[in-house]
Unconditional design. Structure first.
Length: 506
């Protein structure tokens, strides 16, 4: 195999220098090749036997390792993930009382930012209910703020409620938008601390082969990334989401999805407009056609609709008219129908985030409307027990990734970090194996072929071609030869972004 298409070697703003990647396997199960990188792009690909290297440019001998297109995490809350890496982890605890005991122990240690923060509780299967009184009984004076695994609930004690001006809240359990507002009101770490945590999180992501993210962090995410990029080149590409409260400002600035906001380097760009149709499975607020067991057949028992249909359509239409693509959060089957109906009304490109429970009639609509399904395969394995309880009798159409593929939908994988760790290999293994532990596959009919899972983790890129941007990941193990355990822990040798090493041999 020889590929010598002419490609410009001028810098693309990354400062990358020409180099050779020698003896590297081109894709999973691919042939041994030499690759030349110049100007931040793939300048040529040659079969290993066809070329003797000796140009004087740097040569990196990959010794038969596999090169794949760089991986993306298509749904991250990066600020939350960066902080969650330092928080009290309560994800493995099975009751409110157990969480309270963990809080009691942590309260003995120094606190970050004056608030004891924790992350990861899942109360959907608990025998007792989270309440401010439970936390007050163990830590009455120190503000405590715990965030649920799905990011849709905050559990605060009385001291923390008083700190943010909500002392009269009856339970300390804040859901959905009330949760977001409460967390935004908490004292923030100094900007330098936040930026350091985010840089560390990006470095860790690069070490797992990540070359790009869609950042859905709540707030003025575009402005924050533009500011960060003034002082340091990000280690991953960033598509920074816009929230409705910042939509008018984005339109006034002439920003569109894909606009460069980092001074021309093109590493940081404007992402989609984030909108919500419903809540989440764990909180039983995902909007479903059937009621949740034990809640009767009342409107609330079906979940909640976060944004009314008319408002949703109006926001999507306004954004699309100015070149900003919508990304609509939809988890329950009714919520997904609402979101797809809105896309049909507006006739714009965009995404549905999560798409966890779908009706058979809605499956082909993703492809027909050109709507990307931004899904998180790790959720399927993490939430299987909660789904079996709260979506009993419907789980054959939950996290239905294989059915979406058959229906022609474009899938893009993400983690929803910190809901799941920012590690694409965990999602790939969950999609391929439909299990995250030693149990048999959960609904194995929805397993995704490895090639499709890799493509969904690389924004659809299946092959590496001459002319492509040199966003690459190099693995010590060929994914085709890996079992599920190896896929989850995939040894990443190196990562390259625009022809520059972000992890590995340089």
């Amino acid at each position: 195999m020889t590929s010598t298409a002419a490609v410009s070697t001028a810098t693309d703003g990354t400062g990358a220098v020409p180099l050779w990647l020698a003896r590297v396997r081109l894709g999973a199960g691919g042939p041994l090749t030499h690759i030349r990188v110049a100007g931040g792009r793939i300048a040529g690909i040659w079969a290993e036997k066809d070329l003797q290297l000796g140009s004087g440019e740097p040569v990196f001998d990959l010794a038969g390792r596999t090169v794949l297109p760089g991986l993306w995490d298509a749904h991250v809350h990066l600020g939350e993930w960066a902080v969650a890496r330092t928080r009290l982890d309560v994800s493995g605890l099975d009751s409110a009382r157990a969480v309270a005991e963990a809080v009691r122990e942590r309260a003995q240690a120094p606190l970050d930012d004056g608030v004891l923060t924790g992350f990861g509780f899942r109360d959907g299967l608990w025998p007792d209910a989270p309440h401010k009184d439970v936390l007050d009984a163990v830590v009455p004076q120190v503000p405590v703020a715990l965030v649920s695994q799905d990011l849709h609930t905050a559990w605060l004690n009385s001291a923390c409620l008083a700190l943010i001006g909500r002392a009269e809240h009856p339970s300390g359990l804040l859901r959905e938008h009330e949760c977001l507002e409460a967390l935004a009101a908490l004292p923030k770490a100094p900007v330098e601390t936040e930026d350091r945590r985010i840089e560390e999180a990006c470095r860790a992501a690069a070490a797992r082969g990540v070359t790009g993210i869609i950042d859905f962090q709540y707030g003025d995410t575009v402005a924050e990334w533009a500011r960060r990029s003034e002082t340091a080149r990000p280690l991953v590409r960033v598509a920074a989401a816009v929230y409705p409260s910042y939509l008018d400002a984005a339109i006034e600035r002439g920003l569109r999805t894909g606009s460069v906001v980092d001074g021309g380097a093109g590493i940081v760009r404007v992402g989609p407009l984030k909108l919500f149709t419903d809540g989440s499975l764990n909180t039983r607020t995902a909007l479903c056609r059937d009621p949740y067991p034990g809640l009767g057949d009342t409107p609330q028992a079906h979940g909640i609709q976060e944004t009314g249909t008319e408002e949703l359509v109006a926001l999507m239409r306004r954004a699309a008219a100015h070149g900003i693509e919508p990304a609509v959060h939809a988890i329950g089957d009714h919520a997904n129908t609402v979101a797809l109906d809105a896309f049909e009304a507006v006739r714009c490109r965009g995404r549905i985030e999560h798409a966890q429970l779908l009706t058979a009639a809605d499956l082909p609509r993703f492809a027909a409307l050109g709507v990307t399904a931004g899904v998180q395969p790790r959720h399927a394995t993490d939430d299987r027990d909660i789904a079996d309880r709260h979506w009993a009798g419907r789980t054959d159409r939950a996290f239905a990734y294989a059915d979406l593929l058959v229906a022609g939908a474009r899938l893009e994988f993400g983690s929803d970090a910190p809901v799941s760790p920012l590690d694409p290999w965990l999602g790939i293994a969950s999609a391929v194996g439909r299990t995250g532990d030693e149990r048999p596959a959960w609904h194995p009919e929805q397993r995704v072929p490895l090639a499709a899972a890799l493509a969904a983790s690389a924004r659809g890129r299946r092959l590496i071609r001459v002319g492509d941007t040199a966003d690459l990941v190099f693995t010590d193990v060929d994914p085709l030869e890996a079992d599920l355990a190896t896929l989850r822990a995939m040894p990443v040798f190196a990562t390259m972004l625009g022809g520059r090493w972000t992890h590995g041999p340089a």
